[in-house]
Design a protein around this ligand. Structure first.
Ligand code: NAD
Length: 469
């Protein structure tokens, strides 16, 4: 399979002759597709096309912009099966999760298609008329990671288009194909230049984030890259939304139903093989139920079916790429030294970056597996005694994306939840997100907000018209 880029309404990239990037299937370690190796000139052309398309798109009615976003949702829904198969081959997740990502993305787009950008009248009397408008910014650059190769890009594309901006996307080099295919399928109704995509080999991000004609960068990825983007965007004062890493704590009180809670925690930790920004990444369990909770989580992990996402029945696919696989393997090694591994580990004697879900007990704050974002199928369980101090442990992290508190006493859990330094804190649930719910990170997890009316506003600039009568 060879998938071209989309620049200014044209499919770009020489098939066999041009320089190409191999896209590896993480379940087989074999190349399953190629995309063009984009160059600096492609970024420049894409930004120029987006800049050219901007005035007309910004002047397009809100209703028309909503219609275009709805049609993108139709494309995803009408081609869900085909797109999900491509996604499994490049990302690795099991087919039901890939289909779920298509349905999720469609749902987000349908919601964005109901939104509009509203200004307001601040004063209107015999002396002054003061109006606040919300105008689009111009060209938005969307830079995305590899864990949700379709959902995360459309978290940016949807609101950017609704607000009247034009877009240049740069997908992750290891998962570019599904998104590029979707944009190709949308090319007959999205006006030329409004939506562009350039594939790279991890080398063009900075060209885009420092480009003088890019007004805003919306980035999702690691905190380390987010910092680099802040630096490269500074020279041209770009607006930034940064959704970055997380190390989400779950705090489990002694009064929970252990079996029921373990099942929910397992689901919140191991979806997409743990490669989820808001996955549960460290679990603090009260000493009274510690052993029981470790046993329940181990049972669930042992029941996982690890395999190629296209194989029916697989519940855990491979780690998406080799670099991440090596990182997770190193964390398993350190966890083996610092604590006790109850189950799981690297699947041997088989091609593919497969790891069976790992449960680790008897680890503590300060151990790598507790302090670092694992972004893989390994879950550390930490014992706590003092209910008054556990919130401090949860907060002793540079990250602050999500967190959860689990207790039969909803009131007490909610009180504790409010003290956790995270953009979202769930009570008796986890990873429940939606297009109407703001998603923001504290500390090193983020700057700005995505989703909801508040997220949409980040794709606009306030302009005040102050008229003296
Ligand atoms: P990454 O930071 O390595 O890469 C993300 C994107 O940034 C890729 O497209 C990459 O090519 C690009 N990039 C790399 N260097 C760049 C530079 N100097 N300038 C501009 N762009 C550059 O992240 P990843 O490994 O793809 O994704 C995993 C990380 O993403 C995890 O830390 C995870 O927590 C985070 N993530 C966060 C959220 C969220 O909403 N907060 C969602 C998903 C993933």
């Amino acid at each position: 399979m060879f998938q071209k880029m989309l620049i200014g309404g044209k499919l770009v990239g020489k098939d066999e002759k041009g320089k190409r990037i191999k896209v590896i299937n993480p379940a087989t370690e074999k190349t399953y597709a190629h995309v063009p190796k984009g160059k600096v000139k492609h970024i420049n052309k894409a930004v120029a096309a987006a800049k050219k398309a901007f005035p007309k798109w910004a002047a397009t009615s809100q209703a028309k912009r909503q219609e275009v976003v709805s049609k993108i949702a139709d494309v995803i829904s009408n081609n869900a099966e085909m797109l999900a198969r491509i996604m499994v081959k490049e990302q690795g997740k099991p087919m039901p999760e890939a289909l779920g990502e298509m349905a999720w993305t469609e749902g987000y787009l349908r919601h964005y298609a109901t939104l509009s950008v509203e200004g307001r009248t601040i004063q209107d009397d015999e002396t002054f008329k003061i109006e606040m408008r919300r105008v689009p910014l111009g060209v938005v650059a969307g830079i995305c990671p590899w864990n949700f190769p379709v959902l995360v890009p459309f978290w940016k594309i949807g609101p950017a288009l609704i607000a009247g901006n034009t877009v240049v996307m740069k997908p992750s080099p290891t998962t570019p194909v599904t998104l590029m295919k979707i944009l190709e399928l949308c090319n007959d109704f999205v006006p030329a230049g409004v939506l562009n995509i350039v594939s790279d080999e991890n080398d063009l991000g900075e060209v885009l984030t420092s480009h003088p004609d890019v007004a805003k960068v919306s980035f999702t990825g690691s905190t380390e890259t987010g910092r680099k983007i802040m630096a490269s965007a500074a020279g041209t004062n770009k607006r930034l939304t940064l959704e970055m890493g997380g190390n989400d704590p779950a705090i489990v009180m002694a009064d929970v139903d252990v079996k029921e809670t373990a099942a929910k925690i397992y689901a919140g930790a191991f979806m997409n093989a743990g490669q989820v920004c808001m996955a549960i990444k460290r679990v603090y369990v009260h000493e009274k139920i510690y052993d029981e909770m470790c046993d329940e989580l181990t049972k669930l992990a042992e029941a996982a079916v690890v395999g190629d996402g296209l194989q029916q029945g697989s519940t855990i696919g491979p780690i998406q790429n080799k670099a991440q696989y090596e990182k997770v393997k190193a964390l398993i090694k350190s966890a083996d030294t610092d604590g006790k591994i109850l189950c799981g580990g690297v699947v041997k004697g088989k091609k593919g970056y497969f790891i069976k879900p790992v449960i680790v007990r008897d680890v503590k704050d300060g151990d790598d597996i507790v302090d670092k974002e694992q972004f893989g199928p390994i879950l550390p369980i930490i014992k706590f005694k003092d209910v008054k101090k556990v919130g401090l442990l949860a907060n002793a992290s540079d990250y602050g994306l999500g967190a959860s508190v689990w207790s039969a006493d909803e009131k007490a859990a909610t009180k504790l939840a409010a003290t956790i330094e995270s953009g979202t804190v769930w009570v008796n649930q986890s990873t429940n997100i939606g297009p109407h719910i703001p998603m923001a990170g504290f500390k090193a997890s983020g700057i700005g907000v995505e989703q909801s009316a508040e997220g949409l506003e980040e794709y606009t600039q306030i302009q005040v018209l102050n008229i003296a009568h």
